[in-house]
Design a protein. Structure first.
Length: 395
């Protein structure tokens, strides 16, 4: 096995079980490991620290897997990790919900592997060269544990590019031809998921709990769901007794799916508008038309992919939230989210405070939201905490 020796002082994070070794922390690579090889990491005195996947194409040169010197990372090791992750989610599957994340990369001690369940189908993202090598073990174990009708590769091309890997997608395993839409159920609401062409892995299951609790505030209200995608927040609002729902998204495919979702849940009789537009533009149109809402949901895509994008992203979050605050009826509610890991909850509150000041409003934070239990946060890996939200009463 090849050995990676760290620079003096760079062993601290590894000792604290952080799973990343950045290329800048490396003093010496002994031998010539290939990308995806398992290497041993030592401190500057050559004392063992951990084992991990090597990749010199990535900023994260080693993704750590195991801190016990005696433990061999073999097929059995992988099968156990997969089994544990899947079993930890067993209670999420019930009569009302059959879609959730089964494996969440570092958070489940399997860096670079994401697996989502859509009823009887699985979508797999393979994002590191180390995981690519053990793909057959992963597929075999998932098949044994869940016996899915099909497994699809939805690996994100840009994440793979960061690792120096080619894009990949398609059918990995299927007893039947992949259906265009898989029908899933989340908290008793049906969704069509377009696994092949939908965004990310097809459905944003990280908002499962938040969709339900935000909807508790929808009864008798006029709702604006911004960045609606296939309607997670809109459909929950319909069910919770909203009197009108307006959904805005820039993607035609997303709104087409939302339209189907309204039909399959028989919410057609409730007044609704689906608007294909840029949210920032559309919020200005509402303002010009003096149209107001009682509850506005803002669930934008990731504005800050990294720390270097923070200044620009903060401004974008502030502008978006300021505009939304101006469209609320007196005492209205704003359910606002950020999925940028670089923006933590205290920074998000600060951004909302600035937005409120600019809008000439007062904001009370009345509820706080996070990612659900199938997206755990490892205490040694705070970077895995990315989704946060606040329910604001705006006066
Ligand atoms: N709330 C959704 C998930 C939102 S994901 C749910 O519960 O499932 C972010 C969405 O924002 C995507 O559907 C994407 O198409 C949309 N989007 C991205 N940029 C946008 C923009 N500028 N204006 C409108 N929609 C946008």
């Amino acid at each position: 096995m090849y050995t990676i020796r760290l620079k003096k002082g760079k062993e601290k994070a590894v000792r604290q079980l952080h799973p990343w070794v950045f290329s800048g922390a490396i003093d010496q690579v002994k031998g010539a490991p290939e990308n995806g090889d398992i290497v041993m990491v030592t401190d500057n005195n050559n004392d063992f620290l951990a084992y991990g996947f090597f990749n010199d194409k990535s900023r994260v040169a080693v993704r750590l897997l195991e801190w016990n010197f005696e433990t061999e990372i073999n097929e059995d090791w992988w099968r156990k990790k997969i089994t544990k992750a899947v079993k930890n989610r067993a209670t999420l599957y019930n009569a009302d919900t059959n879609t959730y994340r089964l494996i969440f990369s570092e958070a489940d001690f399997i860096p670079g592997l994401i697996v989502d369940r859509y009823a009887d189908f699985l979508s797999v993202q393979i994002l590191t060269s180390g995981i690519e090598r053990i793909k057959t073990i992963i597929i075999d174990e998932l098949q044994k544990l869940l016996n899915p009708k099909g497994i699809f590769d939805r690996s994100d091309a840009s994440a793979r590019a960061h690792e120096g890997m080619d894009a990949s997608s398609g059918v990995i395993l299927s007893g039947i031809e992949p259906p265009q839409f898989v029908c899933v159920k989340e908290n008793g609401i049906f969704y069509h998921v377009n696994i092949a062409d939908g965004q990310k892995s097809g459905f944003y299951c990280d908002q499962r709990d938040n969709r339900r609790v935000v909807a508790d505030h929808s009864g008798g209200k006029k709702i604006l769901d911004c960045f609606s995608y296939s309607g997670g927040f809109s459909l929950n609002a319909f069910r919770a007794g909203a009197i009108e729902v307006v959904s805005v998204d820039s993607s035609a495919l997303a709104l087409d799916t939302l339209k189907r979702n309204i039909e399959i849940n028989s919410f057609n009789n409730i007044p609704h508008r689906l608007i294909q537009s840029d949210v920032n533009k559309q919020l200005r149109v509402f303002r010009e038309n003096n149209e107001k809402f009682d509850l506005i949901i803002l669930d934008p895509p990731k504005y800050a992919p990294s720390r270097s994008a923070l200044t620009k992203a903060s401004r974008a979050y502030k502008d978006l939230n300021r505009l939304a605050m101006l469209l609320l009826n007196e005492g209205g509610l704003l359910a606002t989210f950020s999925c940028s890991g670089a923006v933590d909850i205290s920074m998000f509150k600060q951004i909302l405070a600035w937005a409120a000041l600019d809008a000439g409003k007062e904001v009370q934070f009345i509820e706080q939201y996070a990612q659900p239990s199938d997206h755990p946060v490892r205490s040694s890996f705070p970077e895995g905490e990315y989704l946060k939200g606040l329910l604001c009463r705006v006066t």
